[in-house]
Design a protein around this ligand. Sequence first.
Ligand code: URA
Length: 223
Amino acid sequence: MMHADYQRRAYLQAMGIDVWLPRESVDPEPAADVQSADAMGWGELRDCVAACTRCDLSQTRTNTVFGVGNPNADWLIVGEAPGAEEDRRGEPFVGRAGKLLDEMLRAIGQSRDSVFIANILKCRPPNNRDPKPSESAECRPYLERQIALVQPKIILAVGRIAAQSLLGSDEPVGRMRGRQHDLHGIPLVVTYHPAYLLRSPSQKSKSWSDLCLATRLAAESAA
Ligand code: URA
């Protein structure tokens, strides 16, 4: 891929080895998003996401949705992808599901400002379809860098897409929720997506017990 090839050349150049290429094989200047996100700080990462053209969603988005909240949060909330309202405003979880997420956070003594909220995808899939695996893969380095920068005590994956994508699993949410998982040594709890809870309010009590589990694990991992 262009990324790997560019990186190999960058390494060779850094080692002082001249790389001679036929004129026609020289790539145009790499877009900012082609560079590795691994070493980026918040500002550079935000700019990189805003300029990203790694997948076709860049052609249909209005705004990228980077994420919001406390950059040193104990809690990282990971959702699926921006919807129409989020795409318009450039902020995650601002629709009806977002209001319920705010209430869930309030119930555990947290808020939109105390946690960090991000999504698997930074751009809205047209008609709110599920993210394609290729889109999630292209977007993953941004989320990985956000996880590394926030260094949360607990990750809360809300909904099937977030849970399956983060954990590389195809289990249904009903089987993943209610227990502790692990991502890079950080405890991770799966719960229902607030949009699902709006449709199925009888499941809210299960989500509450997931939040209680996550609260306990966050306290343990802070100790
Ligand atoms: N649903 C999500 O998963 N994320 C958002 O940002 C909004 C709705």
